[in-house]
Design a protein around this ligand. Structure first.
Ligand code: XIL
Length: 396
């Protein structure tokens, strides 16, 4: 009954209405309602602290996934330019979009996003070269019906990597070379049924890193996956990825970094402490580390308004974002913290997770949410420390 009336109150006014039902939530928002005052940048003397500006003070890049639509919506483009210092094409560099027909390339979206980034002082994370999803249909069909042999598949992949990495040579900071190869199981391990592994064997993964390194020796090459910083509860997936990375490094495979996607859901448990120690041990291997696709989803009233159906989700969602940021801040090898889209209105979550949304740091109307302010506060403390206490008589 309570939940039903809460939902009924939602609608167009969204979180503002939902929050007014919760006195504590209103107080929490009021406390951060003047972010500029709360997180003024003393060094720059500016009242307009931004995620990218604060992060720059400690050499961290804050990023977002971008889709072409972001550049067609002026309010979104302004946020994109102002708040972020690294961007990841959300889809535009995947094999399906870039080579829709064999030998027919479409680089238009990728080129547009890379040019936008360069014009706004942003670096680019290339995403992704070797993945089982969003492959061209001609490729998967050809493999399935036998018109593409295994050795042809191997040389098509080699060609794909040299073509794409070569095209953007010198313009990509980090490449997600390989994406999502490990099983969600305990124990975990490389998925034998993965498209690439089942066709070409697990050795195709290090081979892809070698090709990418030849094509652009200066790009940082990443292995990227989800739930590899303890999000599975058992840490099994992290253990498996850690062991594999160590083995690859021992064999001299040119892997420079590991990306933890950071797709969280408030319905599951999550330990920021565990995340910190997992990121630390990746760093101790000599790898760079990145949070590559952070978002925190929760159940919502509908995909348009995305009002959380549980009052406490309004707190759990920013808490989990902040925990991820604190884990990233604690580990000096973490060089970037990327959110997977910044506006709820263009998040992938409602389309992929039935009944869920509210996953980003700006609401459906592109207004900053608690999660945005919490990240800003975390970065403020990271950049400048807490301000020294005021002097009081009698204290020493
Ligand atoms: C998602 C995109 O955001 C969607 O637009 C697309 O339809 C499917 O892929 N892990 C990844 C990303 O590595 O590439 C995925 O991006 C989200 C999960």
């Amino acid at each position: 009954m309570r939940r039903r009336s809460f939902l009924a109150m939602g609608g167009a006014t969204g979180v503002a209405v939902a929050m007014s039902q919760i006195p504590d939530a209103r107080a929490a928002v009021a406390a951060v309602a003047h972010p500029a005052a709360a997180v003024a940048d003393p060094a720059a003397g500016s009242a307009n602290a931004t995620l990218r500006g604060l992060a720059a003070k400690i050499g961290l890049r804050v990023g977002t996934a971008v889709i072409p639509q972001d550049l067609n919506t002026p309010a979104w483009t302004a946020i994109l330019a102002e708040q972020f210092s690294v961007v990841t094409p959300g889809n535009a560099m995947k094999w399906g979009p870039v080579e829709p027909q064999q030998g027919v390339f479409d680089w238009s979206d990728a080129d547009t996003l890379v040019s936008f980034a360069e014009a706004h002082g942003q670096l680019v994370r290339g995403h992704t070269l070797l993945w089982h999803n969003q492959l061209p249909t001609w490729l998967t069909t050809g493999v399935a019906n036998g018109t593409i042999s295994k050795s042809q598949l191997m040389s098509l992949l080699e060609q794909h990597i040299f073509t794409e990495v070569g095209r953007y040579k010198g313009r990509i900071w980090q490449w997600d070379v390989a994406n999502e190869f490990f099983l969600d199981a305990n124990p975990s391990g490389i998925n034998p049924n993965d498209f690439w592994v089942s066709n070409l064997g697990a050795g195709i993964i290090p081979q892809a890193f070698k090709w990418a390194h030849q094509a652009d020796p200066h790009a940082l090459l990443f292995y990227n996956d989800y739930n590899i910083a303890g999000e599975d509860g058992t840490n099994a997936k992290s253990d498996a990825v850690y062991a594999w990375l160590r083995q690859m490094l021992d064999q001299g495979v040119p892997i420079n970094g590991v990306g933890n996607q950071g797709h969280l859901d408030t319905q599951f448990g999550f330990s920021g402490i565990r995340m910190t120690s997992d990121l630390q041990r990746y760093g101790a291997l000599g790898l760079k580390v990145a949070i590559t696709e952070a978002d925190v989803r929760t159940f919502v009233n509908n995909a348009t308004d995305q009002v959380p159906t549980d009052n406490l989700a309004v707190f759990a969602q920013p808490y989990e974002f902040s925990q991820m940021m604190l884990a990233a801040l604690a580990v000096p090898e973490v060089i970037s913290f990327t959110v997977w889209g910044f506006v709820d209105a263009d998040s992938w979550v409602p389309g992929f997770f039935t009944g869920e949304g509210y996953a980003t740091i700006y609401d459906v109307n592109a207004q900053p949410k608690l999660a945005f302010y919490n990240l800003l506060e975390d970065l403020q403390i990271a950049a400048f420390g807490a301000p020294r206490r005021v002097h009081t008589p009698g204290a020493f």
